[in-house]
Design a protein around this ligand. Sequence first.
Ligand SMILES: [Zn+2]
Length: 376
Amino acid sequence: MKRRKIILFIIMVTVIISTLAAYSNDTDTLQKELAETNRNLEKNRAEQKRMTDELGKIALQIQEYDLIIDKTEKEIKVLGSEIGTTEKKIDIITGELIEAEENIDQKQDLLGSRLNVMYKNGNIGYAEVLLSSRSFPELLSNLDMIKKIVQHDVDLLKFLEIERNKIEDGKVKLENEKAQLISLKNNVEDKKEQLVVSRGQQEGKRRELLTNRKALSDMEDRLERQANEIADEIRRKTSDGEYIAGEMQWPVPGHTRVSSPYGNRVHPILGGTRFHSGIDIPAPTGTEIIAAGMGTVIFAGDLGGYGKTVIIDHGGDVTTLYAHNSKLDVSEGDEVNGGQKIAEAGSTGLSTGPHLHFEVREDGKYVDPTSYVKRN
Ligand SMILES: [Zn+2]
């Protein structure tokens, strides 16, 4: 649902951008288009911010999944080695069981040969009884005499059988333990598989968001260009007559430091070398910004990355621009004198801190403002 809204917004704005030029007739229309472009820029930036926030959350979730997956992998490893240990124990106990059974067989053989010897010595009647006896208890109850002779062997056999049963019980216990460990391991492996799937879903969301944000960012660039082009168009249409400003004044009284000069520079927010179309004069928010010279306000309002901006036409195709203000004191069409307060400094638009971005244009082309205004 959210995605469809974003795509719709992109299509809508793309249509607006491509049709804007056709409707650029008079200044009023241009002002409306500029306002529309700025609204779209605001929406665009808000949407990008929302996506960035969501990307942050997803990154945290992925990190969490990685931690849990790591933990389950360790669990699986521990269970695997426990199963190995149990198997070794089962091997040992199986050996012990075989030994115990061999021992019992030997004793039974011994008992058998003892009885055989008695038979050869002539105790045939007893031997027959003995040989037809189906169990030791029967044998014992039947023959008192033999009891004395074989008592020791029988006791020993009893003892050996008890021992063998104990070993067998142990083996069964170990086999149960092994079965439990295997089922535990299977459970943890299932859990891990689910976690990997969930992580994959988050990754998918992340990629999608990145793609959408990139599309919005590209559109933002186009909207910025569009806003600047409209503002240029407004300037071209309104600037005429003789140059009336005389010698210009420094636009921020009391603040003469230039933090970023005119010309090519590394952009503080966007990175990469970009052309800086004016000079930056740092000043606290609320500092008085004055008109550099007499002229007519041809733009006062939001201007894309420039934020709250004033443009003054001084005649002779010379205009000055004052950007990033916190508050504007003039409106379009106002006649201003040099030195008159027109705005208060701020950090609106694409800005890293409160400062005035000041531009001068001749015939619509950027020039170095320091050739017009001197620090005083
Ligand atoms: Zn600047």
